[in-house]
Design a protein around this ligand. Sequence first.
Ligand SMILES: Cc1cc2nc3c(=O)[nH]c(=O)nc-3n(C[C@H](O)[C@H](O)[C@H](O)COP(=O)(O)O)c2cc1C
Ligand code: SF4
Length: 373
Amino acid sequence: MSKTAYPNLFKPLKVDGLRLKNRITMAPLYLGYAAPGGKVSPLMLAHYKLMAQSGAALIVVEGSGIIVNGSGSARTLRCDHNRYLKGLHGLAKAIKEEKALAALQINHAGRFAQVAEPVAPSAVPAFGATPHVLTRKEMKTIQKQYAKAALRVQRAGFDLVELHGGTGYLLAQFVSPRTNTRTDAYGGPIENRIRFPLEVLKGVKDLVGDFPVGYRFLADEWLPDGLHVEESRVLAKTLEENGVAYISVMGGTYESFFLPGVIKESRKPGYMVSLAEAIKREVKVPVITAGRISTPGLAESILREKKADLIGLARMLWVDPEWPRKARKGLDRSIIKCSPKCDACLQLVMQGKPAFCPRWKKGKRAEYKALFQ
Ligand SMILES: Cc1cc2nc3c(=O)[nH]c(=O)nc-3n(C[C@H](O)[C@H](O)[C@H](O)COP(=O)(O)O)c2cc1C
Ligand code: SF4
């Protein structure tokens, strides 16, 4: 290995039998690049190939829908039917050809789904719609859909699958005391509220065998009456006991991301590291931290101080796919930074448009637009 100023960042790590060549992972980033209807598009292939060429050890592909009624948007990638297998196979291959490990995140958006009749653990309105309360039978169906989707991820050739328990989507909706007011065995104390995500994990593991399963983890909703670390830590420990490959920690949901205090905090480098650190104290399984980790120096100090085991770069890698290579060569100053005051990518995808970054070099936007279907 060539010499680097960041020895911790470029130290390999074994994760559930897989060898990560360094500590850099791409955190999932939905950009609205899938073809309408959720198939892998040429733009998506080009985008993930570039992300894998960056030198990151693991690319976690954005959330893909496990059931059409749980889809975040018409351009959300889908893995709810065998007809998507061919495209997903091409996507996994494109990433792995560049010597990165490939993961696919699978998701049900629950009350945040952009569908006529969203479903959720309880009838807590979101974006003006009151979701249908899931029956036990419907929950069983969703559990099975998760397992079948995970099997497709395995069959498509990915190295691992990630369950999306973040951003306030369905799994997180069960865990949160705000969005889960059920009075059955799935509501009430935290031990009950984590029951459904654990059943989903079990269903997945039963079907995929020793295929690694990661978990995107909501540590704190950043809402006064929401989920906080005091409770989410219980889920972290239980996920570890139930064999997850890693826990990828994040904070916030669509109901807190735009609060003035949260916006202010999110502009700071490493704004979610303290959450990862709190969860890492509870578990031995590798913990990923993300959130404006804009410099290799910050990443190195997080690892050195054992606040997390792996670094997740989402916008940070997208804005400058050379981040890992520049870090290795000590060219930190030339890393193109995501502007703390910008939220263009988030605004664009929320309007159902594909995201392009104003910080890209001239010509790249046109190149991407030409590939957009
Ligand atoms: C436009 C956008 C799309 C995102 N899509 C996903 C997603 O599909 N799944 C997920 O777990 N997190 C998603 N995230 C959260 C990121 O993975 C990450 O936690 C967050 O952006 C902070 O890291 P960064 O500062 O490097 O971007 C998204 C964030 C943004 C801004
Ligand atoms: S500069 Fe703006 S568009 Fe580019 S990654 Fe950062 S927030 Fe997204």
